[in-house]
Design a protein. Structure first.
Length: 355
């Protein structure tokens, strides 16, 4: 069950701002030990069988659960599955919709890979191509620079149903993503649901990590105010953390259907557009930039060392990241992109930033 946790989150405070300017950021949430499913980055193979045709066809606003069998190695688990999402759920956009898998948590054996799993998101290919594997790497990269991030596992999925087209009976690349409730529980937090939040109402570290990362990957398909492609988790009387998901519309993934909203001043997703604000807690942004620079080598390694993508994508990604990190290392470029509408004090922090 989702909780509304808004009381007190609008407080900034001189003391808190002083702490941030002196590098004394509040303690970050600590994750509990991860479950077996997400303890490894290696790909696994699963099979879904049942009336898959009916499941995939049920793409309305109020899709229903369908009984499905999930098979992994020698284990067979009877689960419920339904379609989810918005853009990728629409049959006019994608050949396959994302799914929500509902597992019988209490019935699973302790030795099962899916032990302690309740709900899991499953991303399936929207179009032909290896774009799902690319998107999974983006999730891995985000976990390097953010206080809270979704856990993922790359999977090969076989859909078994004689009534679906032959091309869907072939092995498919997918992503298993932990559910919002599981994410919150892992950090001893709770899901937050609140309409019309502004960037000032969310934890500054998670906000700046998110907006800078979205800029890095060339993604504009998100909104804090409308809770679009983000999840909020937190505690009562504290500003919640913002956690992004669904990166298929970003320039780094380069999906054939990806395009920026018409109202934005860019023509393609390959063009970067910074959508962050001149936040009152601007010193945190400077510290987040430092974190990105410290993690540059590791971010690049996520893509360069992956066995799930080809050499052409690795080369394209390397060049795309070259441009981003070059911008972070140039004072004038940073000021023009990230602080063009900021006040003199905020711009000074960029000027004094040790490049």
């Amino acid at each position: 069950m989702r909780r509304v946790l808004m009381a007190g989150i609008q407080r900034t405070g001189i003391a808190a701002l002083f702490m941030m300017m002196t590098g004394m950021l509040p303690a970050q949430p600590v994750a509990k030990k991860t479950t077996a499913l997400f303890a490894s980055d290696s790909s696994i193979s699963i099979q879904l069988s049942g009336n898959i045709k009916a499941l995939l066809k049920d793409r309305g606003d109020s899709s229903s659960y369908h009984e499905t069998r999930l098979m992994y190695n020698n284990d067979t688990i009877v689960i419920k599955a339904k379609t989810r999402g918005k853009f990728r759920k629409d049959a006019n956009n994608c050949m396959l919709p994302p799914l929500l898998l509902n597992l019988p948590k209490d019935a699973l054996d302790k030795n099962s890979l899916f032990y302690k799993q309740n709900k899991l998101k499953l991303v399936l290919p929207c179009k032909q191509g290896n774009y799902v594997a690319r998107e999974e790497l983006v999730y891995k990269a985000y976990a390097l620079v953010a206080p809270i991030a979704f856990q993922t596992r790359l999977v090969t999925v076989l859909l078994t149903d004689k009534d679906i087209p032959a091309k869907l009976n072939a092995p498919l690349t997918g992503i298993l993503i932990e559910d919002d409730e599981a994410l919150a529980k892992r950090f001893s937090l709770m899901p937050v649901e609140e309409a019309k939040l502004t960037p000032i109402n969310v934890a500054a570290d998670s906000y700046f990590s998110m907006v800078l990362f979205q800029y890095m990957i060339g993604n504009t398909d998100w909104s804090v105010e409308y809770e679009h492609n983000i999840t909020l988790v937190g505690k009562p009387a504290q500003r919640p953390y913002v956690v992004p998901f669904d990166f298929d519309q970003c320039g780094l993934v380069d999906a054939p259907y990806a395009s920026p909203p018409q109202e934005l001043p860019i023509q393609t997703v390959h063009e970067r557009l910074y959508r962050g604000i001149c936040h009152p807690e601007w010193p945190v942004f400077v510290q987040v930039v430092q974190r990105f620079l410290q993690q540059e080598k590791n971010i690049r390694a996520v893509f360069a060392e992956s066995k799930s993508v080809d050499a052409a994508f690795k080369k394209m990604t390397s060049q795309y990241l070259d441009d981003f990190f070059a911008q972070l290392k140039q004072e004038k470029t940073m000021a023009a992109i990230f602080a063009s509408n900021c006040n003199a004090e905020q711009r000074r922090l960029i000027k004094d930033f040790p490049h």
